[in-house]
Design a protein around this ligand. Structure first.
Ligand code: PFF
Length: 455
């Protein structure tokens, strides 16, 4: 297929693509979600399955997504249309683009609410609320926040406006400088937190919880969650990486680029776990405390360390930035489509996308208080959205992407676009996207659904 031009601009270099894609990947998923689902799913064995999913499924699918984006050079929906036409595929494959756009909306709606918690904590930290705090007090502050829909709505609104302000300008412009400073800063702060955790009594216990696998604690549902999280944390299966890949200049090895992103993402998640679990155990907290884990543990550490107000404030600012660079990428696939196909300018498209996701976010806000008892299959509105998107829609999107790139696209084109440097690695990738990744995803799904009783 002849190379297309992108109407949305290009990243100025491969490094900026890496930064932007890492900005998309590293977010609440790493710092907030990974630790709490690891806690809920028993620790080490879950972490091991998650790492396996990243290597065997996440990385190969990500390579596929970037290649498709770079060849199509448009929004995922239109990229799919172009690739289908070019390869003579069935028009139904465009469903990959549509499902991705929908998943993006759904995730953005709750992501903004949780990112709002981080914004709220910036100010709580700054005010000194957590000076010399106890686990009990930290729990009360968090409980107080969840029980107050007005405050949740305020910060959800602020975060959504921040997101839309960047998307409306165009991601290749607004984002580059911010990411290249803030991502490294977040990393340094996580290392400082790990240093603090290392000196605490719970360090050995925290490490053991994270890294010593006990498979008796692993259910099929945990495996589904691990697979879903591999997709969520790498921003895969919904076209975000495809959209960013559309702005990637040619002339670079996609494989190396993707591995760099996946490694950075994984390191941040593990560092967050290593900072949080020692504090959990030193303070006699519950690893399975749920979505509040980050917000109930780290304030204890910051409140009791020298310079804690400064570090704590900085930490939650950086978490908010990490969430920001991710939420921007959630909106991008549908934004690019509105601009290309509906003739909207980026500002109008941004307002539309932001408004819909904001309204949907009200459901998540209420699911922590007024609607807390309203449950579908034992899940609140927020739990349902989270489960549906991360554990069903993203892996399904990933499955279809793997099948499309491996079975529908002409392999000569794919190979050329990949700019293959190593023939063996290329073969390994082909086998993985053709067979291994699709079979693994289907296998996990079926077991998760309880269709087969292999477990
Ligand atoms: N990867 C982000 C995180 O870990 O927080 C979340 C995310 C962003 C998921 C973009 C999906 C996506 F398209």
């Amino acid at each position: 297929m002849a190379e297309q031009a992108s109407i949305h601009g290009l990243w100025r270099s491969r490094w900026l693509f890496i930064l932007a894609a890492t900005g998309s990947a590293v977010g609440l998923g790493n710092i907030w979600k990974f630790p709490y689902i690891t806690g809920e799913n028993g620790g080490g064995a879950f972490v091991l399955v998650y790492l396996a999913c990243i290597c065997l499924i996440g990385i190969p699918v990500m390579i596929g997504e970037v290649v498709m984006g770079r060849m199509g050079r448009q929004s995922p929906i239109n990229t799919m249309k172009a690739l289908i036409k070019d390869n003579g595929g069935n028009p139904a494959w465009v469903g990959i683009g549509w499902m991705g756009a929908l998943a993006g909306f759904l995730i953005l709606s709750f992501y903004s609410v949780i990112a709002g918690w981080a914004l709220y904590y910036v100010f709580q930290m700054m005010s000194g609320e957590f000076a010399a705090t106890t686990a009990e007090h930290a729990g009360e502050v968090f409980g107080g926040l969840l029980g107050d829909p007005g405050t949740l709505m305020t910060w959800h609104t602020v975060f959504m406006i921040l997101t839309i302000a960047v998307v409306a300008r165009g991601v290749t412009k607004g984002l580059e400088t911010a990411i290249s400073i803030l991502m490294p800063a977040l990393f340094v702060l996580l290392i400082i937190m790990m240093g603090y955790a290392m000196a605490s009594d719970g360090f050995a216990q925290g490490l053991e919880f994270l890294f010593s696998p006990d498979f008796s604690k692993l259910s099929w549902n945990s495996v589904v969650v691990a697979l879903g999280h591999a997709f969520f944390t790498l921003s895969l299966g919904m076209g975000a990486i495809m959209a960013y890949g559309a702005y990637l200049p040619s002339g670079h090895s996609i494989g190396k680029t993707v591995v760099t992103i996946a490694v950075l993402d994984t390191v941040v998640a593990l560092a967050a776990g290593m900072a949080i679990f020692p504090i959990v155990f030193s303070n006699g907290l519950e690893p399975g405390a749920g979505p509040g884990l980050l917000f109930q543990t780290l304030p204890i550490a910051f409140g009791n360390m020298p310079g804690g107000i400064l570090f704590g404030t900085l930490f939650f600012i950086l978490v908010s930035f990490a969430a920001w660079s991710s939420s921007i990428s959630l909106a991008e696939p549908v934004m690019a489509w509105l601009v290309e196909s509906k003739g909207l300018n980026r500002f109008k498209a941004g307002v539309l996308v932001g408004l819909i996701a904001w309204v949907l976010g009200i459901g998540t806000v209420l699911s922590f208080n007024e609607w807390a008892e309203i449950k579908l299959f034992d899940k609140t509105f927020f739990d349902t959205l989270d489960y549906l998107t991360a554990n069903i829609m993203l892996p399904l999107g990933g499955l279809l992407i793997a099948l499309f790139v491996a079975w529908v696209m002409r392999q000569d084109d794919v190979k050329a676009a990949l700019e293959v440097e190593n023939e063996t690695l290329y073969k390994a990738w082909t086998v993985t996207v053709k067979f291994l990744a699709p079979l693994a995803i289907v296998f996990v799904f079926l077991n998760g659904l309880g269709v087969f009783a292999f477990g």
